[in-house]
Design a protein around this ligand. Sequence first.
Ligand code: DGL
Length: 270
Amino acid sequence: MAVGIFDSGLGGLTVLGAIEARLPDLPVVYLGDNANAPYGVRTADDIHALTKRHVEYLWANGCDLVILACNTASAAALRRMQEAGVPKGKRVLGVFVPLIEALTERQWGDNSPPREVAIKHVALFATPTTVSSRAFQRELAFRAIGVDVEAQSCGGVVDAIEEGDMILAEALVRSHVDALRRKMPEPQAAVLGCTHYPLLEEAFRAALGPEVTVFSQPALVADSLADYVARRPEMVGEGAERRTLTTGDAARVSDRATQFLRRPIRFEKV
Ligand code: DGL
């Protein structure tokens, strides 16, 4: 009886933190598949199978609505799961749409034809699987015309975060920003297209410089969820249970999560 939030590992905590700040009374169950992270270097079939299994677990355990707080899972599994049909009364939503609506200055659910928008040159930073799926460009093309997207596949960053090696993660961010700039010297906007990356938002901002507008998902997803639950309160259900679950080593994940969220957080092993 809660909203389920799923990520491959620790990245979804950035979304969880924003949801807790925006909707402090919302019961939330977080599930991180730390045992199988990172997803961003796996095949689409593999990511689909893992995502489906964990979303079904959350559905079976009282979460009618599950948010994929993971771009890689959203890119590789969401459409396939929705097209295969979800059980009656259950929903699964991804994290791309709120981000792209913000980038294209649209209100929720504005399905009018694609149009010109102010931002013309966008740098996308994401995992290798998200980049190769081109899901971001596809969703953008439904809403905007004339936007040039240069995608940078940020190999190694999620592994470094999951290992707690933030010095390596920051060095990788600088080198991925340099690589992007060689392809697109002057992006107007940068999209942090992986929910792990807000943990490195300062490093991205420092490397990109003040003239680049950075779009980061957590607050956008939290706003969009607030809007959704106001329109569909029945999807939250009753009860106030909050849980944080992992497929990995609960003590290790709890330590990293406590460090990232800057408050004590205890994970249970599923
Ligand atoms: N946090 C996930 C995302 O948003 C990432 C990744 C992974 O496990 O590679 O893409």
